[in-house]
Design a protein around this ligand. Structure first.
Ligand SMILES: Nc1nc(=O)c2c([nH]1)NC[C@@H]1CN(c3ccc(C(=O)N[C@@H](CCC(=O)O)C(=O)O)cc3)CN21
Ligand SMILES: CC(C)C(=O)C(=O)O
Ligand SMILES: [Mg+2]
Length: 287
């Protein structure tokens, strides 16, 4: 037994999270919790706190590397952090982001990059966009690689989108996002992140595709699950923090300088709040 074994009994006995288990959860109406992790120590804490899905996000460009976007992150960086997270993982499902420039050129390029991340320990890869990426998703899925899609605000396209702005606000833009979600579901994406889109649109996409697990961030409470960046949840992100973020180390109703929760307690509070529907809160976190 490693020193990591001092955990809650519930965490120690949790069966491995798999795609069928995630689908069962969604079918039962239980919300799916996803949180980013970039190293073994935090992966273990987050897994033991009961988070269902660990995401090795390319947001590590921001929170680990100190960059202002995810664009400088390479496949080698992602593989390294995926290896670190796999060491700490106990039973959560492990998803890794395909970084900018590692999959857009062709389905073949995407396959080679996905293989590198799966070898590093990922169980599913995530890639941003639709359009030409729909056939790339199909190509990977047909070759046995589970795929999480990602539409709405796709941070790797920040310069093309003109900033980190809410997507799908008007009817025409909402219709495009709905068509993208439908195409990605048809191509076989088992999961999809909906980032920074109006709550009603995210709810509609979720209801339209019961087989594809929708994970929201700044997308309201109507998705099948939620994701946050770990540093945002812990209130330790430097610089501006998006409106959809809650600092879970703060105990609601206490003054700002009151003692905070431990990291494990804060992650447990996130899991509890997503599962009981109290996070996200439409008025505070919705668009
Ligand atoms: N720490 C961190 N948290 C994240 O959620 C995150 C990253 N980094 N890096 C990669 C992307 C970038 N993301 C971002 C970045 C900025 C906003 C933002 O500034 N949103 C504003 C404006 C929304 C509007 O158009 O009204 C907001 O207040 O939410 C949102 C998502 C989400 N991801
Ligand atoms: C915010 C999530 C969805 C992400 O893609 C990341 O952490 O890179
Ligand atoms: Mg990402």
């Amino acid at each position: 037994m490693s020193v990591h074994s001092a955990s809650t009994p519930a965490a120690a006995t949790r069966a491995s999270v798999s795609l069928p288990r995630l689908r069962d959860m969604v079918a039962r109406g239980e919300k799916v919790t996803m949180l980013t992790a970039y190293d073994a120590t935090f992966a273990r804490i987050i897994d033991d706190a009961g988070v269902d899905v660990l995401l090795v996000g390319d947001s590590l460009g921001n929170v680990i590397q100190g960059e202002t976007s995810t664009l400088p992150v390479t496949l080698e960086h992602m593989a390294y952090h995926t290896q670190c997270v796999r060491q700490g993982r106990r039973s959560a499902w492990l998803v890794a982001d395909m970084p900018f420039g590692s999959y857009e050129a062709s389905p073949q390029q995407a396959l080679a990059s996905a293989v590198a991340l799966m070898r590093a320990g990922a169980q599913m890869v995530k890639l941003e966009g639709a359009g030409p990426m729909v056939e790339t998703v199909r190509f990977l899925v047909e070759r046995g690689i589970p795929v999480c899609a990602h539409i709405g605000l796709t941070p790797q396209r920040v310069h093309a989108l003109g900033g980190f702005r809410v997507q799908g606000r008007d009817d025409a833009a909402a219709a495009i996002l709905k068509a993208e979600a439908a195409a990605l579901a048809e191509a076989g994406a088992d999961m999809i992140v909906l980032e920074l889109v109006p709550s009603a649109l995210a709810r509609d996409i979720t209801l339209a595709h019961p087989r594809m697990i929708t994970i929201g961030i700044g997308a309201g409470a109507g998705t099948a699950g939620q994701v946050l960046v770990m540093h945002d949840l812990l209130g330790i992100t430097s610089g501006k923090r998006p409106r959809f973020v809650r600092d879970f180390t703060r105990v609601a109703g206490t003054e700002a300088d009151a003692p905070g929760l431990s990291i494990a307690q804060a992650v447990q509070a996130y899991v509890a709040a997503v599962k009981d529907g109290s996070f996200p809160d439409e008025t505070q976190h919705g668009y």
